[in-house]
Design a protein around this ligand. Structure first.
Ligand code: COI
Length: 346
């Protein structure tokens, strides 16, 4: 039995009503409690669940200067029979450790981490929303907290898990989004941190995302950092394309985030008998498929994004409308199967 003492909050926040759940959006509200522990002297100390609170940091805290930070995202769902289900928390815990190794940060025993999440969700079970398409999003986060300047791996770290009742990530919901293929800025390069879930990967993506948003795009699709030729991922999600009935997605290398949803969709595709190709996909190849009508569907996959249909891809002056801008058949099937599993219906 792992000892994780719980201190309950004396002042509970008002939870969203079922009527309010439809307008939750993503990551706007946070629950009453959080999990927390600290690393020093080479080990984790004082794991606990306590009232949600602000953090107090010294201005010299190393994360503020050198960005040694990693995080995860996963969800807990309320099944129709009342059970609360987490989706693949072990996979997220393993990925957190892979990110930690790249960023010279301490790892966390996977079973312990899953148990910490399970206990926190147990404490916060009333916060798991009821409506279709909503869930309790968990955000495990680790950061360096040495109180000194100087670039090297820190000796002090904080790990916490917070929870946020959430709905759709995109304001469009399940309506197909428009994406711009980014041909100037890059997200990741070989040997870099692209595969790690670290804040810097997101920080460097904001400018391109903002510029694309000004033109009405929901996100940018990143090309590889070396040749600006091969499609990689969309920051908040991995990308999948249905071409002549086959499912194509970028292979992982070390520049693409190994999405837990990506992995799940590829496994489902194989079970459904859909042929899968994980490989380099050149943007020119994709344009040719779009022009010949062979590009039938496109969608993104991610914990927050779930399965998000993409109705239009724009690369320079080429506008590729996919599937007439509607949700594709296979996209819908993946969405229904994945969410069916997540909500315990399947
Ligand atoms: C997630 O899908 O959980 C993520 O962390 C992506 C983030 C951009 C919301």
């Amino acid at each position: 039995m792992i000892d994780i003492p719980v201190t309950l909050s004396k002042e509970l926040k008002t939870k969203p009503t079922v009527a309010e759940e439809g307008s939750l959006g993503f990551g706007q509200r946070f629950t009453d409690h959080m999990f927390m522990m600290e690393w020093y002297d080479g080990e984790w100390h004082n794991p606990r669940i306590e009232p949600y609170h602000r953090l107090s940091l010294d201005p010299s805290s190393s994360v503020l200067h050198y960005a040694q930070e990693i995080f995860e995202g996963l969800k807990a769902y309320r099944a129709e029979d009342g059970r609360i289900l987490m989706f693949r928390p072990d996979a997220n815990s393993e990925r957190l450790n892979n990110s930690a190794k790249r960023m010279c940060m301490p790892t966390i025993d996977v079973d312990f981490n899953v148990e910490a999440m399970r206990r926190l969700v147990e404490v916060e079970k009333e916060w798991v929303p009821h409506s279709d398409g909503t869930s309790l999003y968990l955000r495990p986060t680790m950061f360096a907290n040495d109180e000194a300047l100087g670039v090297h791996a820190a000796k002090h770290y904080v790990y916490f898990i917070i929870c946020s009742p959430s709905g759709a990530y995109y304001k469009e919901g399940l309506k197909p989004i428009r994406i711009r293929v980014e041909d100037k800025y890059v997200r990741a390069v070989r040997g870099g941190t692209g595969f790690a879930k670290t804040g810097g990967n997101y920080a460097c993506s904001i400018l391109a995302g903002d510029l694309a948003a000004q033109e009405g795009f929901a996100q940018v699709l990143w090309l590889d950092g070396e040749h600006l030729k091969y499609v990689q991922e969309v920051g908040a999600m991995n990308m999948m394309f249905v071409v002549n009935g086959k499912l194509l997605t970028a292979d992982l290398e070390d520049t693409v985030l190994p999405g837990v949803t990506r992995r799940s969709i590829l496994a489902l595709a194989k079970e459904m008998g859909v042929e899968v190709e994980e490989r380099h996909i050149a943007i020119d190849e994709l344009i040719a498929y779009a022009e010949s009508g062979e590009l039938q569907e496109a969608f993104g996959t991610g914990t927050a994004a779930v399965v998000s249909p993409v109705g239009e891809l724009c690369y320079r002056d080429k506008h590729m409308v996919i599937g007439g801008g509607n949700i594709g058949e296979l996209t819908m099937k993946f969405y229904n199967t994945l969410t069916g599993i997540q909500w315990g219906r399947i």
